[in-house]
Write a protein that binds this ligand. Structure first.
Ligand SMILES: [Zn+2]
Length: 331
């Protein structure tokens, strides 16, 4: 029903791929992060929000034909039943449920279990085979309470009113989540955003996610001092640009699950690491498998071995899928 191929997960019975890394005839796509949602497929089926996001990122022309999947509604593809359920990863993200002859496989894509005010929460779907990601599948990865990380940022803003806070956050999902969580924590000042975030922030707003006052983080028109005490959000790549050197004595921050590794934060010159992930941590991965109780677990992109070993120790048949080409942009 599903097997791994060089192009990605493939259903021979249904003749479709899930999140293929190469152009294929028919692709079912879990979410808009670039390594999952590539352009050039003939037919693409995804949630309307994922299709919209792909349209924004690829300037409209990303597939021959598109089909919007309504959450929870089954569709037949060549005798295989497919349905999409929320994954809680980013806006529009979905797990893809594939069924045939009484066998149900859930390809969860990327997912997380904790609350995120910018997307619909993960919905557990009981299944025979659960395909799970393994981005943070090591016991060392235990994400702290997300609100405490946002509180750390706000405390630093208060402590250093003359410095700007430059927050690295992935353009799809993380940036909007950081902004929304700042609002929930009571921060109502203008938040400055890098140009690369504008379209997606605008789209989130159009989907009813209130991000509060945002303004472009350009220094051409105003004085550099306008950014003293400000919060500026930018994709991590912008930190390497001359763009980042415009701000007054910035506190460099990075919102990512990888910030759990202090050495990594230090190497990247991050003064204020914020451990904020759009993926499950170790406890959430193992907790999800325990909750679903599948007869088999297939483990993909990330640290497959540790999670496969945990499954074996806990009497779940498990195997790594060794899919290649996923380096998620939204960790
Ligand atoms: Zn992702």
């Amino acid at each position: 029903m599903l097997c791994s191929t060089p192009a990605g997960l493939y259903s021979p019975a249904g003749d479709f791929h899930i999140d293929p890394v190469r152009a294929v005839d028919r692709a079912l796509i879990t979410h808009g992060h670039s390594d999952h949602a590539r352009s050039g497929h003939r037919k693409v089926m995804a949630t309307q929000q994922t299709l919209d996001i792909m349209g924004l990122r690829y300037a409209g022309n990303f597939a021959g034909e598109t089909q919007a999947a309504d959450l929870g509604k089954a569709t037949e593809i060549n005798g295989v039943t497919v349905s999409f359920y929320p994954a809680g990863h980013v806006l529009g993200s979905a797990q893809i449920v594939v069924e045939k002859d009484g066998m149900r496989i859930v390809a969860s894509g990327d997912y997380k279990r904790r609350a995120d005010p910018t997307c619909t929460g993960f919905e557990p779907v009981s299944c025979d085979v659960f395909i799970t990601e393994a981005t943070f599948a090591l016991p060392v990865f235990r994400h702290p309470d997300s609100r405490d990380e946002i509180a750390k940022l706000l405390k630093s803003v208060e402590q250093f009113p003359e410095r700007s806070h430059l927050v690295g956050a992935y353009a799809l999902g993380k940036a909007q989540r950081v902004i929304r969580m700042l609002r929930d924590a009571g921060y109502d000042r203008t938040i400055y955003i890098h140009g690369a975030l504008e379209k997606l922030c605008h789209y989130y707003k159009s989907q009813g996610i209130d991000l509060g006052p945002l303004s472009p983080a350009t220094t051409e028109t105003g004085s550099v001092q306008d950014f003293a005490g400000a919060v500026v959000i930018a994709p991590p790549s912008a930190f390497l640009d001359r763009w980042a050197r415009r701000f007054p004595d910035p506190v460099s921050c990075f919102a990512s699950g990888w910030m759990r590794i202090r050495q990594r934060a230090r190497q990247q010159g991050i003064e204020l690491p914020l451990i904020l992930s759009d993926h499950c941590d170790w406890d959430e991965l193992t907790g999800t498998i325990t909750e679903l109780g599948p007869s088999q677990v297939w483990v993909t992109h990330g640290r497959e071995e540790a999670l496969v070993r945990w499954c074996e120790l806990n009497d779940y048949a498990a195997r790594p899928l060794h899919l290649v080409g996923y380096e998620d942009e939204g960790d």
